[in-house]
Design a protein around this ligand. Structure first.
Ligand code: ATP
Length: 450
């Protein structure tokens, strides 16, 4: 099996990610997150928040998913947010023109001046624009005035709150408004597991700056965000790439953009984009709403329209990158000392969805079970994410935890009943240490760096 297939298989088997509506055959581009997937997503969001809210001038908000047509006329999404769609006249498979041109389906054959389908060699249609926004109507009447859209980015909810934050928080430049929330894009070809999906979660910051300071802050955010992936999430540096967007890659609002790419097993591609959106959005919303969205600069006693630096990251793509980065196979000795193959997710301990597992050595000895539940209770009362497991041999229980990346397994054995110590087994070295139950919380917190 290819590495990618193994990762997808593990993610589905162990409760990270499931296909949505699978009993009805599934719907392309939609995925459910199982118990471990939700824990991991929460960790990603928590660490993102912690990192940015450390700065004194970032304000967190939450705005609706559905927005009126005028919002997306102002933002330029109705006019510009499309992909070029090409369809095969024979097999009716649809492609993004830019993906065909980039060679994602191999070299495209041309016959009689017509491009041929890379799958069935049928004739391809001319490319046409396909808007990626999902349309709906607010209220009972389906008319232009009630036409609305599911947001394709969380950013527009932020721009329309610029004045509210200025006034209510007395914000001073430079400052940022941040939001985490669902976004929707009716992607032509959702693919590569959860890499390209139609409903996903974004973590975005719109960082407002003086126009002349845009370059400084752009570079600041590129470095800060890159460091978050390596230092906080523990993603290997050699698997990350900074990609400078070319003129034809730039979105309609951007002056400059650098993407952070992860080297996925299928190809390297974007997990976060940092864009200089200039004053495009505020100006457009001023024009369409007729509201004054300028900033009064106390220093110069003049009005200005700030520039915006936007770091925009996708939670699911980061989760996928974390799974790929952590996936490993090695050999470790089993209970009889014989080497056995194992699959292990080498998450950084602080990011692991489950951080500690507690086992009684045997599942048919009441005193061991009672003690194990007591230890589980002590750890569960802290902020550490812990699970209890008593089924199967200890070896099997270790393998189950290795496979989901649990960094520490605690076993309660007969010695525990005598001296109140437990064994703590390290996922990566598989070495065990005996620790007193009285010290277990401090020991774990130190190891988990929390
Ligand atoms: P792509 O070129 O891959 O379609 P994009 O450049 O349009 O992506 P942005 O508009 O920069 O993406 O969105 C910011 C972030 O939101 C991306 O880095 C990604 O993590 C996430 N994202 C965007 N589209 C999707 C999607 N269809 N599925 C999952 N995550 C997405």
């Amino acid at each position: 099996m290819e590495k990618l297939e193994k990762i997808i298989n593990l993610a589905e088997r162990r409760g990270f990610v499931f296909k949505s509506y699978e009993i009805y055959g599934g719907v392309g581009g939609f995925y459910d997150f199982g118990p471990l997937g939700v824990l991991l997503k929460n960790k990603i969001k928590e660490l993102w928040l912690k990192d940015i809210l450390n700065m004194p001038n970032i304000y967190l908000i939450e705005t609706p998913i559905i927005g009126p047509r005028v919002l997306y006329e102002a933002s330029g999404h109705i006019e510009n947010f499309y992909d070029r769609l090409v369809e095969c006249k024979s097999c009716h498979k649809r492609f993004r023109e830019d993906h065909l041109l980039k060679g994602e389906y191999g070299e495209i054959e041309i016959k009689d001046n017509k491009a041929l389908c890379p799958l069935c060699k049928g004739e391809l249609t001319e490319a046409r624009n396909f808007n990626l926004m999902f349309k709906t109507f607010v209220g009972p009447v389906e008319e232009l005035a009630s036409e609305s859209y599911l947001r394709p980015e969380t950013a527009q909810g932020i721009f329309v709150n610029f004045k509210n934050i200025l006034n209510s928080m007395r914000a001073k430049l430079p400052f940022g408004i941040a939001q985490i929330g669902k976004s929707f894009r009716n992607e032509i070809t959702p693919k590569n597991f959860i890499f390209r999906i139609r409903e996903f979660e974004q973590m975005e910051i719109e960082f407002f700056v003086r126009p002349e300071e845009d370059e400084i802050w752009f570079n600041f955010w590129v470095e800060k965000r890159f460091k978050w992936y390596t230092d906080i999430l523990g993603i290997k540096k050699e698997n990350l790439v900074k990609h400078i967007q070319s003129e034809d890659e730039l979105a309609h609002y951007a002056k400059k953009a650098i993407d952070i790419y992860y080297r996925f097993p299928f190809k390297e591609d974007e997990i976060e984009g940092i864009a200089n959106r200039t004053d495009y959005d505020l100006k457009r919303h001023m024009e369409f709403s007729k509201e004054d969205l300028t900033y009064f600069d106390e220093k110069t006693k003049t009005k200005l329209i700030p520039y915006v630096i936007e770091p925009s990251a996708g939670v699911e793509r980061i989760l996928f990158a974390l799974l790929c980065d952590a996936y490993d196979e090695d050999e470790v000795p089993n209970e009889k000392g014989k080497l056995e193959k194992r699959t292990v997710l080498r998450f950084k301990p602080a990011i692991a969805p489950v951080q500690v597992a507690v086992f009684p050595l045997l599942s048919n000895r009441k005193p061991l079970i009672e003690k194990a539940k007591e230890v589980f209770g002590i750890i569960n009362n802290s902020s550490i994410i812990v699970i209890y497991d008593e089924t199967g041999s200890i070896g099997k229980r270790y393998r189950r935890q290795d496979e989901i990346g649990t960094p520490f397994c605690i076993t309660i054995d007969f010695q525990t009943l005598e001296d109140n110590t437990v064994t703590v087994r390290d996922r990566d070295t598989t070495k065990q240490e005996r620790i007193s139950i009285n010290e277990i919380l401090d020991y774990l917190k130190d190891k988990l760096k929390i």
